[in-house]
Write a protein that binds this ligand. Sequence first.
Ligand code: 5AD
Length: 327
Amino acid sequence: MDQLLYLLEGNEAEYLRDRAWAVRSRIYGNAVYIRGLIEFTNHCRNNCYYCGIRRGNSHAVRYRLSDEEIMECCHLGYGLGYRTFVLQGGEDPYYTDNRICKLIKSIRDKFPDCAITLSIGEKNRESYQRYFEAGADRYLLRHETADMTHYGKLHPPELSLSNRMECLRNLKEIGYQVGAGFMVGSPGQTARTLYKDLQFLRELDPHMVGIGPFIPQHDTPFGNCAAGKAEMTVTLLAIVRLLLPHVLLPATTALGTIEHQGRERGLLAGANVIMPNLSPKGVRKKYTLYDNKICTGEEAAEGLEGLKKSVEGIGCKIVCDRGDYRL
Ligand code: 5AD
């Protein structure tokens, strides 16, 4: 705990990043894996205090992509070199298990050499099992915080940390490559809660960990809260790389949003995944989890050429394959 505090205060930052870079290099070389992110619905039944697409945000302009539009995103992405599609959305009851399974099967049929990642929230074990059997490979579900009291400050009472953890355990048991993670600098976060996050990650031993700064969204209860710091996000990325050497670790859009070249800084500190936006351009601005989210230029799936150059500029290389977890 004292050591974590010492590192979070910014001590030994360079040493930490260098160690994380070295460990990443030993296991994954200089490869950076890309995932095409398809934000297919911003309807959500939940009311998380930090999130711009929460149910209570009446200013959010809601949309859903049709199956055809989603397939078109995959088609475009495939042409650009993407071999992982991430279907992310709010918890939208319109997408019943049957609809989700149908969608997964269509993508699986059409793009047999691609990984399918889901990021659609908390479901019961049977649903997770059905998606897996339909052909989904991976599932992202950030735990958000491993401290129960802190969890209660970020979420309304109907959501619980114990259910979140149960979901993550179920996903892992079913056989998914699983991603957990948290925001840095979310309201109420302390060195103690972060310590618990790291302990939880060590126990869960996920294949992926998503870490990005909290960024306020003006129509949420946390609209006036301060954003998380890039510096601390980068430090935590490095710590997670050292704690879980084989983990797939994205340099997140949120990190790129709060700081110019934030994602490059993430890569320099042990991250090895980037998830460009593959959603149709017309809806990108509507998927506003937080303010000023970047969604054009190198952040966009079609900005791959530019991204390749900046990644090469720091000694890494974009690799166009599934980028599975390496044992
Ligand atoms: N700032 C940063 N990240 C956010 N997320 C949701 N709202 C915000 C915000 N305001 C993250 C959550 C969620 C992921 C999809 O996006 O951690 O799990």
